[in-house]
Design a protein around this ligand. Structure first.
Ligand code: SF4
Length: 173
């Protein structure tokens, strides 16, 4: 163990450094989301994340929006614990049999107006898990979907572009 620690200390990490976030682009996109939410809803956007059976890759990117690196709550994006306080459900993963009812109940508990965003390739059609016997299918097989954000997983920038497209009703490149 000591030898391994010494080796790591001498050679440093073998993994590549994570790319630095594009702060200017993030700030611009997050501000647009905030402005669009205030125009449509009269307040900031509240997001409830629902993992319907993902590998957690998409969760990590969604949760990155609120971590200390991105800290997008400063632009008004809020993650809420209850669907009763949410405007948007960000749903990840293929829907598994075990999560089907939970997703339906979460959708029913979310007050109108509400939007459902399917995040990642699995949320569209089951993705790599489509043939699994425990997979019901994509999110639209269970609840109505307003927008799909592609990617495996989509990056925080792509998630923000998706939210803008949802709120402004336009596609963003
Ligand atoms: S789209 Fe990719 S990262 Fe997201 S849940 Fe599916 S396999 Fe995981």
């Amino acid at each position: 163990m000591r030898r391994l620690l010494l080796k790591n200390f001498v050679h440093g990490p073998l993994t590549e450094a994570a790319p630095a976030p594009d702060d200017a682009a993030l700030a611009e996109l997050a501000s647009r989301v905030d402005r669009a939410a205030r125009r449509r809803l009269g307040r900031t956007l509240a997001i409830r994340e629902v993992d319907a059976g993902s590998c957690n890759g998409c969760e990590l990117e969604i949760l990155a929006l609120g971590n200390v690196l991105y800290d997008l709550e400063r632009f008004g994006l809020r993650f809420v614990a209850s669907p009763r306080h949410a405007d948007v459900l960000l749903v990840t993963g293929p829907v598994t049999r075990n999560m089907r009812e939970a997703l339906e109940r979460t959708y029913q508990a979310t007050p109108d107006p509400k939007w459902v965003v399917a995040v990642g390739g699995c949320a569209r059609d089951g993705g790599v898990y489509a043939a699994s016997p425990v997979c019901v299918g994509g999110v639209s097989a269970v609840v109505p979907v307003d927008l799909h954000i592609p990617g495996c997983p989509p990056t925080p920038l792509e998630l923000l572009k998706g939210l803008i497209a949802l709120l402004e009703g336009v596609s963003v490149t």
